[in-house]
Design a protein around this ligand. Structure first.
Ligand code: NAP
Length: 248
């Protein structure tokens, strides 16, 4: 164990990770570190000792866990951040550290939803020309280039920071959620959007666009989540805290 008590590393980059970091103060025996990938220029406020940047694969993560004498790991990364979750699961196994995955539930299709479910961003790009011409592309900024060959489609894109890669033709909005239903409806109407492309991220912060599409009869290409590693899982912050309270 680390000096002051049980040392916890939270792998972050999500609202759930930030909330967990804020609330682990409820457990005085825990000393917490939070790791961010460093993708956003100005990350939201995060409690605890924060480190930023990749570890250097599984080997780098194992080195970090050992050097920092980490006792427990909570992987609270985004459901689409598959690489870091896989690395965390492998590194935890190698070091014998308990790893809890905090995986919020995906959104479920409801009556009125016109969803086209696909397995990947690439599959969404392949399907898109057969569905729509004016598209709201809300997949973050890292994979926008997968759509840049679609010259007959107009894109409204939204990401926290401007993309570094080539983006498709259209308009870019830099904004950070949560977004209100009114905001999302106005955007869809103002730009005459006929199709929304979204990852099935789950959670409340970005769900309004899905409700707006349902209410306005707009098609949604919903990108399914990548597989999650085997291991211990909870679906919300309360359950993660309960799990952590077992380790003083
Ligand atoms: P990824 O593909 O799973 O990871 C790529 C590499 O980035 C990892 O191998 C690791 O580098 C580094 N990395 C990722 N998360 C890290 C963390 N929390 N701390 C330290 N290094 C990290 O991840 P991604 O999809 O690029 O996502 C990056 C971050 O953005 C994650 O923290 C995630 O929670 C957040 N995020 C992602 C999405 C999304 O749609 N993908 C959406 C919202 C937020 P090394 O191998 O060098 O350790």
């Amino acid at each position: 164990m680390g000096g002051g008590g049980v040392r916890l590393l939270i792998l972050g980059g999500t609202g759930d990770a930030a909330e967990l970091a804020r609330r682990v103060v409820e457990i005085p025996a825990l000393e917490v570190r939070v790791s961010l990938a460093g993708r956003t220029r100005q990350p939201g406020e995060v409690s605890g000792l924060v480190r930023v940047g990749g570890f250097g694969g599984v080997a780098g993560l194992v080195d970090y866990l050992e050097a920092e004498k980490i006792d427990l790991l909570v992987d609270a990364t985004h459901p689409f951040a598959a690489k870091i979750s896989e690395n965390a699961a492998v590194a935890a196994k190698q070091t014998g550290i308990r790893n809890l995955m905090l995986v919020r539930p995906g959104w479920e299709k409801l009556p009125g939803d016109d969803w086209y479910e696909v397995e990947s961003v690439e599959a969404a790009a392949e399907m898109l020309p057969s569905l729509g011409k004016r598209v709201f592309l809300t997949i973050g900024r890292q994979q926008l280039d997968r759509f840049s060959h679609l010259h007959d489609t107009w894109f409204l894109m939204r990401s926290i920071d401007p993309p570094e890669t080539q983006i498709p033709g259209g308009k870019l909005l830099c904004d950070r959620g949560p977004f209100s239903l009114d905001n999302e409806k106005q955007l869809l109407q103002k730009y005459q959007i006929d199709t929304l492309v979204s990852k099935n991220s789950g959670g409340d912060a970005t769900y309004a666009k899905i409700i707006a599409a349902r209410e306005l009869g707009i098609k949604v290409i919903m990108i399914q989540r990548p597989p999650i590693p085997h291991g211990e899982k909870v679906t919300d912050v309360d359950a993660a805290l309960k799990w952590l309270k077992e380790f003083p």
